[in-house]
Design a protein around this ligand. Structure first.
Ligand code: PRT
Ligand code: ZN
Length: 283
């Protein structure tokens, strides 16, 4: 069977999480900072370590079958690729930001203003859609300092915590796009058996990340009330305890409503609640 190639970022914000995801899928490979390509010893796959900007085109051109990259980079490079899976890390949004004290109050106020960005394609489309004509100044980095230097009236850049904007006297003004890391493939690649197998592994790791394994003790009298609060994979397992009127309940709970559920479970009579991470959930 043909060996697949997956392109991931060589170094930067997505590298560590991409490597971690692939390792959690049970793939064995060396992550040498110096190498550009690393074979996987237990799956017909090679990992290519690239600059993130090159990943969409490598995948579009079929040099790599798969890639892990931010949606912002895909949109900016305007490639034809298949979006296979959102990966839940590298979350950020592309925003227009303006200096704290300025006279830009509405989008229309951006007409005729200079906006510095490393995302001219995405910004251009956004402004066109809104009917705004600004002077887009494409620069290659340190966008946030350009208004202070008098090079632009506003910027359009990625924001995660907002700390960079704040420390440069800027405030978010408009949301252009939100982004996260995604798995992409060349068009039609979803039909490849090996890619399907890899995607199933990735999905089982992602599902496990979103859920916790919970074990709790409850008096039989309160069992129905506790079970009513548990959205398990199927129905929860109920195991008798040495003390006759007590049972242990085993189940999984979605991470997002974890704290709410825990307090509701306690109110319903649950005790000795143990919460554990899950490695994989295979459906
Ligand atoms: O070397 P290479 O070209 O591969 O990497 P790079 O330097 O181009 O990209 P890198 O590693 O900085 O980012 C890779 C991807 O991470 C991006 O394409 C996004 O999809 C995603 N990502 C998530 C971010 C951020 N969050 C982020 N905060 N990319 C960049 N930033 C920058 C932003 O540009 C700004 O300078 O962080 C600063 C703002 O952060 P906050 O936390 O202060 O708001
Ligand atoms: Zn880059």
């Amino acid at each position: 069977m043909k060996t697949l190639k997956i392109a991931i970022q060589k170094s930067g914000r997505l590298n560590e999480k991409s490597v971690e995801l692939l390792k959690n899928c049970g793939l064995n490979f060396e992550n040498y900072k110096s190498s550009l390509i690393s074979p996987v010893s237990n799956f017909p796959l090679e990992i290519l370590f690239l600059r993130d900007d090159d990943i969409p085109e490598y995948v579009q051109d079929g040099i790599a079958d798969l890639g892990i990259v931010g949606e912002n980079v895909i949109e900016e490079t305007e490639v034809e690729v298949a979006y296979l899976q959102r990966l839940g890390f590298g979350k950020c949004s592309l925003k227009i930001a303006v200096p704290n004290n300025n006279d830009i109050a509405t989008l229309a106020d951006l007409n005729g203003k200079a906006i510095a960005t490393t995302y001219p394609v995405i910004l251009g489309k956004y402004l066109k859609e809104k009917g705004i004509t600004s002077d887009i100044r494409t620069i290659s980095g340190s966008v946030e300092i350009s208004p202070g230097l008098g090079l632009s009236d506003a910027i359009c850049d990625l924001v995660s915590t907002g700390g960079t904007l704040k420390s440069n006297g800027l405030k978010p003004f408009a949301d252009v796009m939100s982004s996260e890391a995604v798995l992409i493939g060349s068009k039609g690649s979803e039909n490849n058996d090996l890619i399907q197998e890899l995607m199933q592994r990735i999905q089982s790791v992602l599902r496990a990340k979103e859920t916790k394994y919970v074990v709790l003790n409850v008096k039989r009298d309160n069992l129905d009330a506790v079970i009513a609060l548990l959205p398990g994979v199927k129905s929860p397992s109920v195991v008798p305890l040495a003390e006759a009127d007590w049972v242990a309940v085993h189940t999984v709970i979605p991470e997002r409503d974890f704290w709410d559920r825990i307090s509701q479970l306690k109110q319903a009579g649950a005790q000795g609640i143990v919460v554990m991470p899950i490695e994989k959930i295979i459906l």
